[in-house]
Design a protein around this ligand. Structure first.
Ligand SMILES: *Cc1c(COP(=O)(O)O)cnc(C)c1O
Length: 495
């Protein structure tokens, strides 16, 4: 199967090349030229399989230049007991008779990014061999908090790779920052950017499309790639857990094969929910995809009006991984809904770059309406939802998950839809102790890592092992830069 660019269908690559490149040269996103269909027999064959086997089987449909045995080995490495704290890997928790929660934070960094970033380095490493690449790949990452750590964890000491992470200086939680600046590995680097996530992401995209920098780095023996969800190798492993969740529900008798299920996803860069969309396009019986935003409600407005307008204030919230005004992966959705019209997509993206705004065609709007529903949840409601889930259901959820739970309830109230619904839990509550403690009525005492113990003492839940271990770790990185100076940091890192 081949991959082409959302902005130029004439550019075609193999799966290995797509994973290696991360982003197409002219700025488009690499996207499969066709979406494979799963029939009922395929889904049935996955019912009794473990997560690793489901991952290998689903990814093999897209990664036709990798063997099934290769993918099995990668899945085994990515999702084993040394990495994930439950053999289910991505367990589905029953909340009530028609509500389920897909927990995606049982990996090494306690956020859902691990689901893809434990896999991507292996796909990329193999891609270097498959494409005969002799240069070292440098992964540039812009992070709103969770991607950076998960990517470093995945790439630390992987041969023929280096990784440099940029995060917004005052835009991440204490636990998130500590996780990043204590990262081990000889090939990793971290730099705080004075600005917000969009500044960091724009800076990275600019460096990617700067031919001078590329040439300089190439002379030094480096090529650049991306571990952000613009890389197809990030999206594909995420398709797996929607299919896996469905299989679990059927296997456990909660659904009958063929029954529809809704997914409600806390959304930032639109990668996670896009994976759910692809699962539906592959034939998974998906009802509505409910796109949950925090106070940064650009996607809610877009889904309701067909106008994407990033000209609005940027809010720093208690769910920082969703503090985003430019949702990169929307581009792949527009490409699909436009009938793969690259010129049309290029037009929208040029408008977005110039005016910060575009309006989609009626055809795309109809497609959006059919598949999605959008809503947002403000700060007070997020806190209230955490408090309510804890008090009424004995279920401790993080700030991002609470946004999803709240928007799911809004959707049900607005539409009366009674389809069974899975809301997605993207981070452990221990990554956001301060906000979670306040939300359940406790007063945080002390700061940073002390709150891990407090949250444990108050709730009796288990502190994720790797977060508990942060306390003994030395800070390794102290670098900060202005957003205009990011290219200098890259050139310095790759001397
Ligand atoms: C990254 C992240 C999100 C947003 O996911 P997207 O794929 O960017 O939409 C939501 N919650 C958490 C905890 C995250 O780390």
């Amino acid at each position: 199967m081949y991959y082409y660019s959302t902005r130029d269908r004439a550019l075609r690559y193999s799966a290995a090349e797509a994973v290696k490149l991360g982003l197409s040269r002219e700025g488009g996103l690499l996207t499969p030229t066709q979406i494979p269909r799963m029939d009922r027999a395929f889904l049935e064959s996955l019912l009794q399989a473990d997560y690793q086997e489901r991952a290998a089987q689903v990814m093999a449909l897209y990664l036709t230049d990798y063997t099934l045995d290769e993918l099995r080995a990668f899945a085994h490495n990515a999702y084993g007991p040394d990495k994930f704290d439950t053999p289910a890997v991505a367990p589905v928790r029953t909340v009530d008779e028609s509500t389920y929660c897909l927990e995606l934070w049982h990996g090494p960094t306690s956020a859902f990014k691990d689901m893809a970033l434990q896999m991507l380095p292996q796909l990329l490493s193999a891609a270097l061999g498959k494409t005969g690449e002799d240069k070292t790949v440098c992964i540039l990452v812009a992070t709103s908090g969770d991607t950076g750590k998960a990517a470093m964890e995945g790439f630390a000491d992987v041969p023929q790779t280096k990784i440099l992470v940029f995060y917004p200086k005052d835009g991440v939680s204490t636990v998130q920052e500590t996780q990043m600046v204590t990262q081990e590995g000889a090939n990793v680097g971290v730099c705080a950017v004075v600005g917000n996530f969009d500044d960091a992401q724009s800076g990275v995209k600019r460096i990617f499309s700067d031919e001078d920098i590329r040439r300089t780095l190439s002379d030094r023996g480096y090529i650049l790639s991306s571990a952000n969800s613009i890389n197809w190798g990030r999206i594909l492993p995420q398709v797996v857990y929607y299919i896996s969740a469905y299989c679990d529900l059927v296997r456990d008798g909660k659904l009958t094969m063929g029954d529809k299920v809704n997914f409600c996803v806390p959304t930032g860069n639109f990668g996670d929910i896009l994976a759910a969309y692809y699962a539906g396009r592959m034939g998974l019986p998906v009802g509505k995809l409910i796109c949950a935003s925090n106070r940064n409600d650009v996607l809610t407005d877009f889904l309701r009006t067909g106008v994407y307008d990033r000209n609005r204030p940027f809010h720093t919230t208690m769910s920082p991984s969703m503090d985003i005004l430019i949702s990169s992966n929307l581009e792949r959705l527009l490409f699909d809904l436009s009938g793969e019209n690259d010129a049309e997509v290029r037009g929208y993206m040029e408008k977005l770059a110039k005016e910060g705004r575009y309006q989609v065609s009626d055809k795309i709007r109809a497609g959006l309406d059919a598949a999605f529903w959008g809503g947002f949840c403000g700060e007070e409601d997020t806190a209230a939802t955490i408090g309510r889930y804890y008090a009424e259901k004995g279920y401790l959820i993080d700030t991002h998950t609470a946004v999803a739970a709240n928007v799911m309830e809004q959707y049900r109230a607005a539409t009366g839809d009674t389809t069974p619904t899975v809301f997605v839990s993207t981070a452990s509550p221990y990554k956001f102790c301060d906000s979670v403690l306040k939300a359940i009525g406790s007063t945080p005492a002390g700061d940073g890592l002390a709150l891990l113990d407090q949250l444990h003492a108050v709730t009796g839940t288990t502190v994720p092992r790797r977060l508990a271990a942060l306390k003994g770790k030395a800070r390794r990185f102290d670098l900060a830069c202005e957003k205009q100076a990011m290219d200098g940091v890259v050139l310095d890192f790759l001397k």
